[in-house]
Design a protein around this ligand. Structure first.
Ligand SMILES: [Zn+2]
Length: 438
């Protein structure tokens, strides 16, 4: 291939877009987006309340550990800084949540379906808010884990340095006092090398310069090295969203096409392929961001609070963090799962309606002819796998408990005589013990 072959490929591909395919299920995506967005919103509301408690507690000398006690101690000023950091993060988190809400499909008809069309504005708002989210929260988690004056100075002075280059006089006056001006002057006079290194005489330090280095540091520090796929996912979201933020070729082309779209429809309303593509991306980003919130950001905050507060105060903050982490992580797990059902042989070929109850609480009433492409949960997107069982064996003993074979004539578990229930549970326990001893 020579350079003209490459250029030809680019010219052809980036000028006419192939008709976009809708590959997922819009209804399921909408449900999952709403579910996860609500869960994240709930978590951020609790974090806002917690921020308030932390701020108040930092005003009380009795509640903080020795390193934070008075202004002779190196970490004293973090008593004002930590609550401020959380407030900043909340603004970014809340903005992100508002850009990842599910589409409102109420009252959408052929006349107004255009409301659901997604274009450059929508994609750009979603992805740039994701970029801001992941970039800021990685950087803040890093600061919370480090709690080092020089590291924080570097972060703030770098930010001030850029801000100062273009800001108007009036804003500058409202923000900067002479103390800050002096700090900034001192920072500006340092060579790049000195800004980063943090030797004894220096005022700033940055041990992990790039986004990727900070991510690696955090995963190591928070004992998350077993999550290497997720570690890559965080870096991939950063690269992907940077492309949008810098108005890259591919993203602008993909999102600004004027091509007319074909119309799809499902049980709820008509919609466009771009609407579904957009939802698919939105869900993927929302999932990565929510995971980052509970796996990295909140544990980093927990780490800082443990250093700063005496045991009793820390325990109460930590309890709230644990509550958020557990619920949101559990919510994440219930989406797009794989579940297995045991089913009596021959039932699939029959005319019976087969009820497949999903863990999320929605039951699929699977009617004949039993189309295998329809066995998923329309609420949470989980896929169902069927394992056919010969004869009527009633219950299958698994290490998670007894599971009734669908189509079996035996009574439901809670309608069995107590003695039989206990017997089944005993058998399951034995299976479980055998698994553990293997
Ligand atoms: Zn479900």
């Amino acid at each position: 291939m020579n350079e003209i072959d490459i250029l030809k490929g680019i010219a052809e591909n980036l000028s006419t877009r192939k008709s976009s395919a809708a590959l997922n299920n819009y209804e399921v995506l909408g449900n999952n987006i709403k579910f996860l967005n609500d869960s994240f919103k709930w978590g951020s509301t609790l974090l806002r309340e917690l921020q308030n408690r932390i701020e108040t507690s930092f005003e009380n000398d009795e509640l903080v550990t020795d390193d934070f006690k008075d202004n002779t101690k190196s970490l004293f000023y973090f008593r004002k800084i930590i609550p401020r950091v959380i407030l900043n993060d909340l603004s970014i988190i809340e903005k992100f949540i508002s850009f990842t809400e599910s589409d409102d499909r109420d009252g959408i008809t052929l006349d107004n379906v255009v409301k659901l069309k997604k274009d450059f504005f929508d994609f750009n708002n979603l992805v740039t808010s994701s970029r801001q989210f992941i970039d800021s929260l990685v950087s803040e988690s890093y600061q919370l884990c480090k709690l080092e004056p020089k590291e924080l100075n570097f972060r703030v002075l770098t930010s001030l340095h850029s801000f100062n280059r273009y800001v108007t006089k009036s804003i500058k006056q409202a923000l900067f006092n002479s103390e800050i001006e002096n700090s900034l002057n001192e920072f500006n006079n340092l060579s790049n090398n000195k800004r980063f290194r943090g030797n004894e005489s220096n005022i700033t330090k940055c041990a992990e310069k790039s986004f990727g280095n900070k991510v690696d540091y955090l995963f190591e520090r928070l004992d998350l090295t077993y999550e290497s796929d997720f570690q890559s996912e965080v870096k991939d979201l950063f690269s992907f969203s940077s492309e949008f933020t810098h108005i890259g070729y591919v993203s602008t082309f993909f999102t600004s096409s004027n091509d007319s779209e074909i119309l799809f429809t499902d049980d709820i309303s008509p919609y466009f392929p771009s609407t579904e593509n957009f939802s698919e991306l939105k869900y993927e980003i929302l999932e990565t961001a929510t995971k980052f919130f509970v796996k990295v950001y909140l544990p980093a905050l927990n780490d800082a609070l443990q250093k700063a507060f005496v045991t009793t105060s820390y325990a109460s903050f930590s309890e709230t963090l644990k509550q958020i982490i557990e619920k949101v992580a559990k919510d994440l797990k219930t989406r797009n799962n794989q579940y297995y059902f045991f089913i009596k042989q021959g039932l699939i070929e029959s005319d019976n309606v087969i009820n497949l109850p999903c863990i999320c609480g929605t039951t699929r009433h699977w009617a004949a002819p039993h189309d295998m492409s329809k066995i998923y949960c329309s609420n949470c997107g989980s896929k169902f796998n069927l394992l056919e069982i010969e004869e009527d064996s009633g219950y299958i003993i698994t290490c998670n408990g007894p599971v009734k074979v669908i189509g079996s004539d035996v009574p439901d578990f809670n309608e069995l005589p107590i003695a039989e229930q206990i017997d089944l549970l005993k058998q399951c326990k034995e299976v479980n013990n055998k698994q553990i001893n293997k």
